[in-house]
Design a protein around this ligand. Sequence first.
Ligand code: C2O
Ligand code: CU
Ligand code: CU
Length: 527
Amino acid sequence: MRRSALHLTRRTFFGALAAAAGTTALSGCGALGIDTPPGQTGEALRSERPLPRPYEVPLPRPRTARPTGTLTLPDGTIADLYEITQRAAEVEILPGVRTTVWGYDGTFPGPALETRTGRPVVVRHRNELPVPTVTHLHGGHTPADSDGWPLDLLLPAGAAPPQHHGMPGDLAVGSRDHHYPMTQRAATLWYHDHRMDFTGPDVHRGLLGLHLVRDDVEDALPLPRGDREIPLVLCDRSFDADGRLAYPSLDRSLRRVPGVEAAWMEGVLGDVVLVNGAPWPVAEVDAARHRLRILNGANARRFSLAFQVPGAPDLPVIQIGSDGGLLAAPVERPTVDLAPGERCDVVVDLGRVPVGTEVTVVNLPGTGPTRDVLRFRVVRAARDDSAVPAVLSEIDPLVPGPVRREFVFRRGAIGDHAGWTINDRSFDPDGSLADVPLGTTETWRFRTDVHHPVHVHLDPVQVLARGGRGPGPSDAGWKDTVDLRPGEIVDVAVRFTDFAGRFVLHCHNLEHEDMAMMATIRTVPGA
Ligand code: C2O
Ligand code: CU
Ligand code: CU
């Protein structure tokens, strides 16, 4: 049968790519403990180590990447060049414990890029890992050949490219240049691995980082900045008895057999919540407004964050932006709700509480250790000139034309294996689920069985309706990842521009994505 043949092809393909470097044993083996937490699509992997006490490790800030030079592009424009090496490194995540990660420049999360609208950049990725990788800029308005289509593999430096691999995709060996024109507004983007079948374990080992785009519109606003603009990359991990990252891959070499053990097919949740790579950290802050740029970088965990103050009501959160940058106007929210892949940009006024107060950010659906996230300790009075203006940016509504498409996200079969499908099809590298003309606005309807955060590459979308009503609280502004709750129907307006080629639409629960809940969308020149 065709699909199982495809599945076999994939295995053979990755077998052929076995790289020069030796095997790495990162994951814990043996009997892995499992928990089924409420409010999540996924199962929690229980750590074998005693967990650290929350709110003792200081909140780290991701290092900012600096350009290493400039390049003149074929059209004469100048681009800033960034160079990133993907490599294994030992880092301290749990206090006093060394853990091997796969990191961009060996860090977890990777270095944060800060780029400007209108200033093109080239990011040169070098692969010194033992497996092929693919790098995607999530939220990037990016030409197809730089987007990180899941078979555009970057083979490890020194690997011999297979002669007849028989699979589509553009292979590179050692390094690949990604061209990002940065013709997009200020926003919180992120980059991460996107290798077909192995995105979940690759990201779990550390291949993710932030990419902030700035522009003059945003810079002109009196929002909190400098030390009071804090990026927060959330994720969750589990650790084995030796302090290694534990992940229930079927194939611990991450080369041949995709997917996770059956018990975790709904998603892999960890029992240690990490913020910027640190477990349940604490940040000492001024009594002033802070801008928090929050990314849910977890494989499968969803967050609904509340800012709790002892003996007082929760602090209100002012949402100013979402996936695709600033909202038109700020909105007060009781919580920050984030499915995997989503971003939320908020201002929280930590000047409303007395100096000495500890504000604890908790994940409301969490239980036990996964209810804790991070803490702000308000340690000093300070002057605060920041403000949240009533008008933040201009957002033109997309007006859809007559074309409608429907995408159904549900459990299904990949050949004779259990997996996840879109319109009853598992990811087919040779096919396209839709050919969409550039410049045309369409209505796409998403339907689901369980939770699926649906992500569209190339351009952000606008949510038109959710569950027969208007957009929900997590739908504001330009979105590239739209969370669907069990049984829900969401309509979005989609308009692709500029770049014809191969992109993907997929579920951002990374275990679902790896188990085939992905489709190629081809953009074609408009009429
Ligand atoms: Cu964040 Cu297709 O990915
Ligand atoms: Cu993406
Ligand atoms: Cu899913």
